[in-house]
Design a protein around this ligand. Structure first.
Ligand SMILES: Nc1ncnc2c1ncn2[C@@H]1O[C@H](COP(=O)(O)OP(=O)(O)O)[C@@H](O)[C@H]1O
Ligand SMILES: [Mg+2]
Length: 222
């Protein structure tokens, strides 16, 4: 049986969408397919106007590099590099010109201007996830995907990270975030409830109470 079925979804610039649903419902797979990380057998995904399935591997890599950011639950920072170096590295790898000012800006955006010289092991988990987000934002993506970015953080710290994603959407990006946190999910313009690979429900102008209700209706805890 296909992991995802009958999903139709448009995400606008400036829009934040959150995805909730039970474990195994296909949330990560959906993010991977939408972001071009995982190939799919049928259906169509258009990213910034380009049909993902029809792109050669190199063209897809370029499209992803230039337009897509991905934040994972594990921060994936390089322990031996400083915070500044961690933020600058992907931009360098992408052969983009990165100025010290760009890195400063990214650090400022995530509230870590005073931590640039630290190594990941010297800062908290929440700060490490903010560095991971700065690393994505420094590439100026049009779309940011985040798969349970607060899954390893306490509620208050996680809320900070989600607020940054919200701000990123308010800046004109598209943001798609998988989260188990009802408050966090409610920061989005739209919440999708996934179950068994299907969009089981969709909420606009969500509140935590309504998200909880929708998850209950879908027949599972998130
Ligand atoms: N690469 C894969 N090949 C086949 N099945 C997969 C693969 N990755 C995940 N699955 C299956 O797809 C379903 C959805 O998984 P996943 O997207 O990780 O769900 P979630 O993120 O909501 O927990 C699960 O049943 C999982 O076992
Ligand atoms: Mg998952």
């Amino acid at each position: 049986m296909p992991v995802l079925r009958g999903i139709s979804l448009d995400i606008e610039p400036g829009e934040m969408v959150s995805i909730v649903g039970p474990s195994g419902s296909g949330k990560s797979t959906l993010l991977y397919c939408l972001s071009g990380l995982e190939p799919f057998e049928s259906g169509s995904v258009r990213l910034v106007g380009r049909e993902v399935g029809s792109l050669a591997r190199g063209a897809l890599a370029t499209l992803r590099r230039d337009h897509v950011g991905f934040v994972f639950q594990s921060y994936n920072l390089i322990p031996s590099l400083t915070v500044r170096q961690n933020i600058a590295l992907p931009v360098l790898l992408a052969r983009r010109r990165v100025s010290g000012a760009d890195v400063d800006r990214a650090l400022l955006d995530v509230g870590l201007s005073d931590r640039g010289g630290h190594r990941p092991g010297q800062i908290s988990g929440g700060q490490q996830q903010r560095v991971a987000l700065a690393r994505v934002l420094a590439l100026r993506p049009d779309i940011v995907f985040a798969d349970e970015p607060t899954g390893s953080l306490d509620t208050a710290t996680g809320a900070d990270v989600l607020q940054l994603l919200r701000a990123s959407a308010d800046d004109g990006r598209s943001v798609v975030v998988v989260t188990h946190d009802l408050e966090a999910a409610s920061l989005a313009d739209r919440v999708l409830v996934l179950r068994d690979g299907l969009i089981h429900g969709e909420l606009r102008a969500p509140t935590p109470e309504r998200v909880l209700e929708a998850i209950a209706l879908a027949g599972g805890t998130s």
